[in-house]
Design a protein around this ligand. Structure first.
Ligand SMILES: N[C@@H](CCC(=O)N[C@@H](CS)C(=O)NCC(=O)O)C(=O)O
Length: 205
């Protein structure tokens, strides 16, 4: 694969998971940066030329544009060692990718964005009333991950896979949303294993 362009906000975990996947499978990405806090993905040009969703990440492959971070990761990883062997484990990997988008990212990533980038004093009333629910749901997600890793090194089967990458992206910055990661020792050990891998790249690399 070559000539791929990642339209991104570099500090977004959804964009970082794509760069991490690319690093693990040895694919080079050209990066185009947009500041979402300035509405740069909501301009008429972005909506017309990149994605009508008004959101990043978007992967451009020639004249085709793919949205949804986990679908983009799958596109890059398809056929690589990041996809487990066997139909059950492949479906189990997808289970974690869907779970990440439904039960993890909407809580942990959103709280991180609100607290770190928007600022608690600038939240709207509609955002403010969601803080408690997102905190509870994010805590439940981290507890479930910690419990799952209690007897396992990786999320699916016995090998590092796309599930680990997609879950790592926002888990390793959950402290920026005021979650106490020290309360989850199996998550800490799992994150250390990932960060020690030779292919690893950090969010700000
Ligand atoms: N489910 C989507 C979420 C995309 C998303 O929410 N992107 C955020 C940044 S992480 C964004 O572009 N926000 C700017 C906006 O909505 O204007 C994915 O995984 O790619």
């Amino acid at each position: 694969m070559s000539g791929l362009i990642l339209h991104e906000f570099p500090l977004s975990g959804n964009c970082y998971k794509i760069r991490l996947t690319a690093a693990h499978v040895g694919i080079e990405l050209e990066r185009r940066s947009y500041d979402i806090s300035k509405g740069e993905t909501r301009t008429p040009e972005f909506l017309r030329d990149v994605s009508p969703t008004g959101r990043i990440p978007v992967l451009q492959d020639g004249d085709r544009f793919l949205t949804e971070s986990n679908a983009i990761c799958y596109y890059l990883a398809n056929g690589s060692k990041l996809i487990p062997d066997g139909h059950f484990d492949q479906a189990d990997m997808l289970r974690w990718l869907f779970w990440e988008q439904y039960s993890h990212e909407p809580n942990i990533a959103t709280l991180r964005f609100w607290l770190r980038y928007v600022g608690i004093d600038s939240l709207t009333e509609a955002q403010r009333i969601q803080l408690t629910g997102k905190r509870e749901n994010g805590t439940a997600a981290l507890a479930l991950m910690d419990q799952h890793l209690d007897s396992r090194k990786w999320f699916v089967g016995d090998q590092f896979s796309l599930a680990d990458i997609c879950l790592f992206a926002y888990t390793h910055v959950a402290d920026e949303a005021d979650f106490d990661l020290e309360a989850y020792p199996d998550i800490i050990r799992w994150m250390e294993r990932i960060m020690l891998m030779p292919e690893h790249v950090g969010l700000e690399d």
